[in-house]
Write a new protein. Structure first.
Length: 364
């Protein structure tokens, strides 16, 4: 197995097209064709993490946070970013990051935080829009099932918990092949009438190229008639944050104890408790202040995230309680999820979790 195989696997879960515009997810260094001897999973990629990978015989690191966000004009070792990259390159250690694309992915960072907290009855807090498209195509009726099967295999026709979804109706197709056409049905320069099915199905926008290749490969015509429409539908399984419920209602004292126990916290920052029962919990791994209004609109009693600035705490305005547990603390559980995912997909090399504590924040 190669570095590219690991990249492909991660991008099946969290496609790079789902990352934010400012992000730099993907393969940051290393040869895509290099055989993988072992993968080390970490939240951050630091010099210490690279040293750990070398010591454990891993020549690839899969991290959540990209070590490189901005363009590097030189590699002289002047800061920790350059030193980390130099150390990795010298030792043929590939570095891959799955960041905001993994935040947005099904069972991504916020979902894992909710699972660690034992929340139930959950859903994505801010689902993606304009991430789905609809394919409509026309095919001879006797070839309809063949094309449907190929398209489903390429990832089209999945809606929520349902797969192999499509709609079709039968009609009459008309065409006249010109003198240089090579028609499957009909004769050059003669009008042809064929019983055809019009078939429609939804697919993720990032799979468009694969879906169209599958359609053209399975379709019997040399010229395939189809069109694609962008949709405003929300994609309820993909997006930012997560909102769910506690297994049972708690008061503020019980919830504070529960939160610390579940996440191994000694303390956390929070706005005032509102003196009402706590049941509905919104979460966002990492820096989640941008989702506060979504959490309030969704009826959250508490919003758990990290990296709130002083003035942003005022924005809760007694609609919900903000609990800032820290950036690292709200995301570290994604290491377990990546480890389980890659371990399930690869058996020819070791997949290890980093034991390095990369949290740059300490508490007195």
């Amino acid at each position: 197995m190669t570095v590219q195989d690991v990249c492909n696997s991660m991008e099946t879960w969290a496609p790079l097209s789902w990352q934010e515009s400012y992000d730099n997810a993907g393969l940051l260094c290393g040869s895509r064709s290099q055989a993988v001897s072992g993968v080390l999973i970490s939240l951050d990629c630091t010099e210490a993490v690279v040293q750990e990978a070398i010591a454990k015989g891993c020549n690839m690191i899969v991290a959540h946070h990209p070590i490189v966000f901005k363009g590097l004009k030189s590699l002289t070792g002047k800061d920790y970013v350059e030193r980390t990259m130099i150390l990795a390159i010298k030792n043929d250690v590939a570095i891959y990051a799955s960041h905001t694309n993994l935040d947005h992915a099904p069972k991504g960072v916020s979902y894992q935080l909710a699972q660690t907290l034992g929340l139930v009855n959950g859903q994505v807090l801010r689902p993606f829009k304009q991430a789905l498209k609809q394919l409509t195509y026309f095919v001879p009726s006797d070839a309809a099932e063949m094309t449907r099967t190929a398209l489903h295999a390429a990832g089209a026709g999945n809606i929520g918990n349902y797969s192999d979804c499509s709609f079709s109706q039968t009609g009459t197709g008309r065409f006249t092949p010109n003198e240089i056409a090579n028609p499957t049905i009909g004769t050059n320069n003669q009008a042809e009438v064929v019983k055809e099915d019009q078939i429609q199905m939804i697919f993720p926008a990032h799979l468009e190229n694969s879906v169209i290749r599958a359609l053209k490969s399975a379709h019997p015509y040399e010229e395939v008639a189809y069109f694609i429409q962008a949709l405003d539908n929300t994609w309820d399984e993909v997006g930012s944050g997560y909102i769910a419920e506690l297994p049972e209602v708690m008061d503020s004292n019980a919830f504070s104890t529960y939160l610390k126990a579940k996440l191994g916290l000694n303390h956390f920052r929070h706005t005032a408790w509102l003196g009402k029962p706590i049941k509905r919990i919104a979460v966002c791994g990492g820096a989640g202040s941008f989702l506060l209004k979504d959490a309030i609109k969704a009826g959250a009693d508490v919003f758990i995230s990290g990296d709130f600035k002083y003035h942003e705490f005022f924005d809760a305005e007694n609609h919900c309680t903000i609990c800032d547990i820290g950036h690292y603390e709200s995301e570290v559980m994604i290491k377990d999820a990546i480890h389980a995912y890659l371990s399930n997909n690869f058996s020819t090399f070791a997949v290890l979790k980093s034991m390095t504590n990369s949290n740059p924040v300490s508490y007195a």
